[in-house]
Design a protein around this ligand. Structure first.
Ligand SMILES: *Cc1c(COP(=O)(O)O)cnc(C)c1O
Length: 432
């Protein structure tokens, strides 16, 4: 047992950490510095951030461009109310992100994080139908989905132990299994059955395109989702793509939805929007949706807003991140990471402890074969976590799923260390 620093002791006296059983959790690691894909704790121990700090970070920690953008903006305008006011960084980031989204996307609504981006998407969807005088009350979502931790976002998330205490307060959602490899036909048939049972009642369909993150990096093919979207188009069901995790290049294209045959009506964005540096969310929509709110009737207003909406500092950093994401160098890195994942995957695919290997873009995962049943609450998760942390690797498993989702700036040497760590795990006693 390591001696706790005074910072950790002070933390433990006052701070309540996310998704953490405070009684049984290990003491938090006090991080003093970050640079590129590396983090250093207060004792100078180095960690490779191979999960991009909860899928947030695109271009590395403490990037000088972000620091410069932040400083310049802070000296110019730190914040202003966004109702009745606007400013350059907000307009610019809206213009730039919309220019990369499918052509049907025409409006950009700011919020603060991924959960609020989803809340806004749901409200746009329900109120669209309300405003055009054809209210619809049902939403379809995927089992195992994760869309955030606020009540609306939780409601459309797969029901689990995480949401159990709030079950009575979550609105009714129609769930189907996602079209994972091997269950495409069943999943589509279940979807079609819901459409039959609830004709004319379904307002929208929300999903994480191609990768269900929290569910354990579950990956499905675009071609498996396309028939769902074709039904939505023909039956006038609004399509809401939650690209909070997969947006900004993670799947090897700007958006996971780029691989789909039908354009979503609404996009939810956050995490990579600021390169994982600042809290910012955005919900974009098509002109058709916007037109349902465009009215002389005040009751058709989208009644939603947060105090920090369109924060200039966050927008300035988002612009700095956009420029980097839009650079050729970044896309070379993305291709290189994809190749690295593939090659390493080939190397370990025959290992008896490796099952269910999968990859989409820079997201790569496998399940560690364990004798007992697999669940998030399984001890194996904590063992894997400890194993990697001791080796200076930030690889935070989801249950027995080990995944790598690095910042795009990760170096060859750092990637090599991640691979060495995984090989060492496979050779260790972890997982029996
Ligand atoms: C992380 C995540 C969210 C929630 O974003 P927060 O910023 O944590 O509120 C929503 N949807 C998906 C797909 C996510 O991965």
């Amino acid at each position: 047992m390591q001696k706790k620093s005074s910072l950790v002791q002070r933390d433990q006296a006052v701070v309540w950490h996310p998704f953490t059983q405070m009684k049984t959790a290990e003491a938090p690691i006090a991080i003093a510095k970050g640079k590129g894909a590396l983090l250093w704790d207060e004792d100078g121990k180095e960690y490779i951030d191979a999960i991009a700090s909860w899928w947030m970070n695109l271009h590395g920690h403490s990037h000088p461009n972000f620091a410069a953008a932040l400083k310049q903006q802070a000296e110019q305008l730190e914040h202003v109310i966004f109702a009745n006011f606007t400013h350059e960084p907000a307009v610019q980031i809206a213009e730039k992100v919309l220019s990369k989204l499918p052509d049907n996307q025409s409006r950009f609504f700011f919020s603060d994080n991924g959960s609020t981006a989803v809340e806004v998407g749901l409200k746009m969807c329900f109120q669209y139908w309300h405003n055009i005088g054809n209210p619809k009350t049902k939403i379809i979502a995927f089992e195992g989905a994760y869309h955030g931790d606020t009540f609306g976002a939780m409601s459309v998330g797969g029901r689990s132990a995480f949401s159990a205490p709030f079950a009575p307060y979550l609105f009714d959602v129609l769930f189907v299994e996602p079209p994972l490899p091997g269950q495409e036909a069943e999943s589509l048939a279940a979807f079609e059955q819901l459409l039959d049972q609830h004709q004319g009642e379904i307002a929208g369909f929300i999903f994480e395109p191609l990768v269900q993150g929290s569910a354990g990096m579950r990956i499905y093919e675009a071609a498996a989702l396309d028939p769902f979207l074709a039904h939505c188009k023909s039956e006038d069901i609004l399509i809401i793509a939650d690209e909070v995790m997969v947006g900004f290049g993670r799947t090897g294209s700007w958006w996971a939805s780029d691989f789909l045959a039908h354009d979503p009506d609404i996009f939810c964005l956050s995490k990579g929007l600021t390169g994982g540096t600042m809290a910012l969310g955005a919900t974009t929509c098509s002109d058709r949706i916007f037109q349902a709110f465009w009215s002389d009737d005040k009751y058709k207003t989208l009644f939603h807003g947060h105090s920090c909406t369109g924060n200039p500092l966050a927008c300035a950093v988002a612009l700095a991140s956009f420029e980097l994401t839009n650079s050729e160098k970044t896309w070379e890195q993305i291709r290189w990471i994809e190749q690295q994942h593939k090659a390493f995957g080939q190397q370990i695919i025959g290992h008896p402890k490796v099952t269910n290997m999968r990859q989409k873009g820079v997201v790569w995962a496998f399940d560690l074969q364990t004798p007992d049943s697999t669940s998030y609450f399984n001890n194996i998760r904590d063992e894997i976590w400890q194993f990697f942390i001791q080796r200076g690797l930030l690889l935070r498993p989801l249950g027995n799923t080990v995944y790598v989702l690095p910042p795009y700036c990760i170096t060859e040497e750092q990637m090599g260390k991640v691979h060495e760590g995984i090989l060492a795990l496979l050779d260790s006693a972890v997982g029996g």
